[in-house]
Every structure is written in C-alpha cells, then in structure tokens.
Design a protein around this ligand. Structure first.
Ligand SMILES: NC(=O)c1ccc[n+]([C@@H]2O[C@H](COP(=O)([O-])OP(=O)(O)OC[C@H]3O[C@@H](n4cnc5c(N)ncnc54)[C@H](O)[C@@H]3O)[C@@H](O)[C@H]2O)c1
Ligand SMILES: O=C(O)C(=O)C[C@@H](O)[C@H](O)[C@H](O)COP(=O)(O)O
Ligand SMILES: [Zn+2]
Length: 375
C-alpha cells in the first residue's frame, strides 16, 4: 500500500507528535522516556500478534510489560473495565514514572488514555491506534473516556498522549466495514475544514468504489495525513474544547444518540455518518445553508457517505429516545441543545437552541419507516 513512503510526523502544537508510516511500531519505547520501568499494554482480544510485537519491543528495552486484554469494541469503555485495570496497576506497583500503552481501535485508546489520566492523577500514555478511525481521530487529541448507562463518553478527562504511532500496515487486516467507519471521520474533516479530502474521496470512488472503501484506496495515506493535520491544528489551539474544538464534534450530537439508542451495536463512524446528514438537514432548515449551494452541500453529504457504503438514514419512530440522548450531549448548556453546523463548505458555525419542530423535521428527512442502516 504505502510501503516505501517514509514516515510523516505531524506535531500537535509543541506537546507531542503523531507519526504516520509503515513499520513505525518500534518507536513505542522511545516515547516512554528513560525512567519507565513498567508498562501496561491495553489491547483487545482481536490483535494477539500485534500486541506481542509491541510487548517484545518494550521488553527488549528492559521494560517490564503487563498485558491487559479488555473486551472488544465498545464493551471496553466501562467503569468495570477501568476498575479492573486500576487493580492491575495497583497490584503491579505502577508509579508515576511508569506508563500505559494503548494498542487497538478508538475504544482501546479512549480506555487506555482514561486509565492513564486517572492513575496517580496522570501517567504517561503512548497510543498505537490500529484502526483508521483511531489513527485519524480517537488516538489524537487527548480526549479520553468511557460510557455510562446514561450515555456515551460521559466520564473522561483531557490527557494528551506522549506520542501517537500510526502504522498504516496494520490496516491491511482491518475489516472493510471498520475501514469505512473510519472514513466517516475523515470525511467529517473534509466538511469542516479541508475540502481537498472530499475531492480525494470522490476521485477514488469514481475510479473504483470498492477500492475506495478499502485499505487499497490509493489516497489513503494522504487522507490520513490530512485528517490528522485538521485535528492536530484544532486541538493545539483548544485542547479543552472551550470553543473551536467543538467543530470536531460535527455530526456527533445525533450520531452519539444513535449509538446509545442502538446499545452500541452500530459502529461509531456509521452513526456519525447519519449524524452528519442529520445536522446538514437541520442547518438547511434553520437557515444556515441556503439556496442552491446549500442544497448541493447537503446532497454532497449523502453522496460522499453513501459512495463509501456508509448509512445516511435511521429508523423512524425513535424520536423520544434520540432526543433524550441528545440532551446529554456535552455541547448542551443547561436545557439548551447546541449543534455544530455549516454555513458553507469548511465554514463551521453553531446552532443554539433550535426549535423542537426543526429538530424533528430534520429527523423526518433522515428517517424512513422500517429502515435502520440502509441508505
Ligand atoms: N477520543 C476521541 O477523540 C475519539 C474520536 C473518535 C472516536 N472515538 C471513539 O472511538 C471508538 C471507535 O473506535 P473504532 O472505530 O476504532 O472501533 P473499535 O475500537 O471498536 O475497533 C473496531 C474493531 O476493529 C478491530 N480491530 C482493531 N484494529 C484492527 C486491525 N488492525 N485488524 C483487524 N481488526 C482490528 C477491533 O478489535 C474492533 O472489533 C468509539 O468509542 C468512539 O467514541 C474517540
Ligand atoms: O476530538 C474531539 O473533540 C471530537 O469531538 C472527536 C470526535 O470524533 C470523537 O468521537 C469524540 O470522542 C467525541 O467527543 P465527545 O466530547 O462528544 O464525547
Ligand atoms: Zn467521532
């Protein structure tokens, strides 16, 4: 895929680097610092070989490795799992010079980051994302967290990693649906900040739609780098989401609600795909997207996402549950819902407290009786 291309390093402000390339996994030990004696490697059950490679690399540098296998996917992001990992760290005597390494998709990097943020009030974490979504989004930016029964990512901390290593070779084994889910967050970066991303996706789809949705997408490396650059720039300016960072949450108010209502049986990127179409429709109804250009931009959301095999519709008849979940969105202020919308391509804005009639009308435009993930 990207075999001979040298690694690219993208700095997140002056805090840490995201390294993207082929065979970059060996860099984990260098990011942990000279004092580290113990490392907890948090990993899913699906990646035994990759985990063993990371562990062997650390052991070769004299580090004592403790492996923590956690449940796959969203089941990892629970208080129960966090408490188990705290127990493991305590029994092994982890001190402030020791560290956590997250090897896995976004669920693992969110969990590992939160465990590192909370242990002894903060130890070093190095993130080794193994999904496209983890590389372009979850592992970058220091947002860590877990879910509670009441909603998505309701408990967490801002805890930037010491570094992020994105080894693009590992994407070869990623299931196609997970690759496409990662592309949803890449496309998000295209709509909020970097339209070249959309052009690259559209040209790959025009050449071969099946290839465009796979790790063989000829633009994949550039897409990863562009999405990471968008995120790095935003996060460097506003780590704690006082304002600008909210744009990375485009499509997430409705998307997170779908995830919760569906009890996390939808992939995050799939839910965010529908969420982006929802908020594009809402922006049009609320007068943020107007005229033929506005119509075309809403249509482009559907065409790009559907061309990648991503869902753009959600079942009808779930409005009350969705609204309850949306009210717990972190962008809400009191009982006022706030959405990231577009005033145009790469022109993010905020929609504050839209009328319930508009909210529900936008739902009508993305829902169809009896349809779940179908387009
Ligand atoms: N912190 C943030 O800023 C941020 C940003 C975006 C998303 N997220 C979170 O990320 C999570 C979604 O992450 P995800 O899409 O990576 O899902 P995931 O972590 O569930 O991984 C998807 C699936 O791929 C498998 N997998 C991982 N790497 C693989 C590989 N190389 N080969 C084969 N299989 C592999 C996993 O075992 C899992 O079954 C959500 O919880 C979301 O909330 C966080
Ligand atoms: O980094 C951010 O900020 C984001 O919002 C990126 C999102 O893609 C990501 O899903 C994030 O975890 C959502 O955060 P939340 O604050 O809405 O839980
Ligand atoms: Zn997301």
């Amino acid at each position: 895929m990207t075999g001979r291309v040298p690694p690219t390093t993208i700095a997140v402000g002056s805090d840490y680097d995201v390294v993207i390339g082929s065979g970059v996994l060996g860099g984990v030990a260098d990011l942990l610092g000279p004092d580290v004696a113990r490392v907890l490697v948090v990993h899913p059950p699906t990646l035994p070989e990759l985990t063993a490679r990371v562990a062997a690399g650390l052991e070769a540098r004299g580090v004592v490795v403790h492996l923590a296998e956690v449940p796959d996917a969203e089941a990892a992001k629970t208080a129960t799992v966090v408490a188990e990992l705290w127990g493991q760290l305590g029994r092994a005597g982890f001190t402030r010079t020791d560290a956590v390494v997250g090897v896995g998709g976004g669920t693992v990097t969110d969990l590992a980051g939160f465990v590192a943020a909370s242990w002894l009030r903060g130890v070093r974490v190095v993130q080794v994302p193994t999904t496209l979504l983890g590389m372009v989004d979850a592992a970058v930016g220091g947002k860590t967290g877990i879910n509670t029964a009441e909603g998505k990512n309701l408990v967490g901390a801002f805890h930037p990693p010491a570094g992020v290593l994105c080894d693009v070779d590992v994407l070869e084994t990623l299931p196609q649906a997970d690759l496409a889910a990662g592309l949803a967050e890449v496309v998000k970066c295209g709509f909020i900040a970097d339209p070249v991303i959309l052009e690259l996706v559209e040209s790959a789809v025009a050449a071969d739609p099946a290839v465009a949705r796979s790790a063989a997408n000829p633009h994949l490396r550039e897409l990863i780098e562009r999405a990471v650059r968008v995120k790095a720039e935003v996060v460097a300016a506003d780590l704690k989401e006082s304002s600008l960072r909210e744009i990375l949450n485009y499509g997430h108010t409705f998307g997170h609600a779908i995830e919760q209502v569906e009890r996390y049986t939808w992939r995050h990127g799939e839910a965010i795909s529908v969420g982006m179409v929802y908020v594009a429709e809402l922006a049009r109804l609320a007068g943020h997207l107007t005229g033929p250009d506005g119509d075309a931009l809403v249509a482009r959301h559907r065409s790009v996402l559907e061309s990648l095999g991503l869902p753009t519709r959600y079942s009808a008849g779930r409005w009350d549950e969705l609204l309850t979940a949306m009210r717990r969105d972190k962008k809400s202020r009191g009982s006022t819902l706030r959405f990231v919308v577009l005033d145009g391509l790469a022109q993010p804005a905020r929609l504050v407290g839209p009328d319930d009639v508009l909210l529900q009308a936008a739902y009508g435009l993305v829902s169809r009786a009896g349809q779940g993930r179908a387009h």
